[in-house]
Design a protein around this ligand. Structure first.
Ligand code: ATP
Length: 295
């Protein structure tokens, strides 16, 4: 059956007078990686909390694995894993003990728990650190343990709230490769991120939200193409960017833009023409970007 892993329609959430999610609408196909991109305070965590039943919406509806987040909370909870601020890691236990405890709590036998823990420690490159107390772990190791714990029981949908925030490049890349592995197992991954690069590398579909609304959605490639086909960048003699202007990529358009720019830039400025990045798309699609693009 080809159903949506997540379906959101007219979703609304207010905190006091502040509208945090405003008529939000999108769906996520089963087995895909979906990235929710948005600046600080855009409403990403609020949305994850509603989808994982930690918060009640004020209007509209959301279904996760076919279950309504308000009316079928238990079924939703059984369909998801959630990593992030809420993972219960005991600092005074070892990584292996934490994992085995979670396995036992979720109903596995002692033997099954040992096997599943070993398998996850291996997958997340924690076998060597398995017998060390978690309080001695680095940030990257904690994140990997957090992710491993969220996978103790195979659930069809995995929520990752800013999973790589604060990780060094190496740990981030390790997490990316694990997520790609999960995808091959058919798990739907819903992640929030402020790293455009992350959405670009990983996601099948990315939605950009700003002030509680979806302002754009598509494959990272589609989102990038919304910014224009080629970007003209003018740099000064220190290689600092002076102007960055999207074009349609045709010779006529590029010439027209160059002519316009000629009047406004200092002599000696150098020209680069490049493909748009996710950063360009993000800036162009959010409020802040509109100012940049129209300047
Ligand atoms: N419990 C709460 N009570 C009041 N306001 C809240 C509450 N939780 C969030 N907000 C507000 O709602 C808005 C959206 O917050 P949210 O945490 O969902 O954003 P976010 O996109 O996850 O941001 P960040 O990237 O900084 O984590 C913010 O303005 C925040 O101050």
């Amino acid at each position: 059956m080809n159903q949506h892993a997540i379906e959101v329609k007219g979703l609304r959430k207010m905190f006091g007078q502040q509208v945090v999610l405003d008529d939000m609408e999108f769906s996520v196909e089963e087995g895909t990686i979906f990235a929710l991109l948005g600046p600080n305070g855009a409403g990403k965590t609020t949305l994850i909390h509603i989808l994982s039943t930690l918060l009640e919406p004020d209007g509209g509806f959301a279904k996760v694995n076919g279950y309504d987040v308000s009316d079928e909370r238990n079924m939703v909870k059984r369909s998801i894993s959630l990593t992030g601020q809420y993972a219960a890691v005991d600092e005074n236990l070892t990584g292996a003990e934490n994992l085995r405890m979670m396995c036992r709590l979720s109903g596995l036998t002692v033997k099954e728990s040992r096997n599943r823990s070993d398998e996850l420690l291996e997958k997340f490159d924690l076998t060597k650190a398995a017998q060390k107390l978690v309080r001695t772990y680095s940030g990257g190791m904690r994140r990997r343990l957090d992710l491993a714990i969220s996978l103790v029981v195979n659930r069809p949908i995995l929520f990752l709230d800013e999973p790589t925030t604060g990780l060094d490049t190496r740990s981030r890349q390790a997490l990316w490769s694990i997520k790609a592995e999960l995808k091959t197992e058919g798990i739907t991954i819903f992640l929030t991120t402020q790293y455009l690069e992350e959405a670009d590398q990983l996601a099948d579909i990315a939605a950009v939200i700003n002030r509680g609304r979806v302002v754009a959605m598509g494959t990272p490639k589609e989102l990038k193409s919304r910014v224009g086909n080629e970007i003209i960048e003018l740099r000064d003699e220190n290689d600092e960017i002076i102007r960055s202007v999207p074009t349609k990529g045709t010779i006529e358009d590029v010439l027209q833009v160059m002519n316009r720019l000629k009047m406004a830039v200092p002599q000696g400025a150098r020209v680069h023409i490049r493909r748009p990045s996710m950063d360009d798309a993000f800036l162009a699609l959010t409020e802040e970007g509109k100012e940049v693009m129209s300047s």
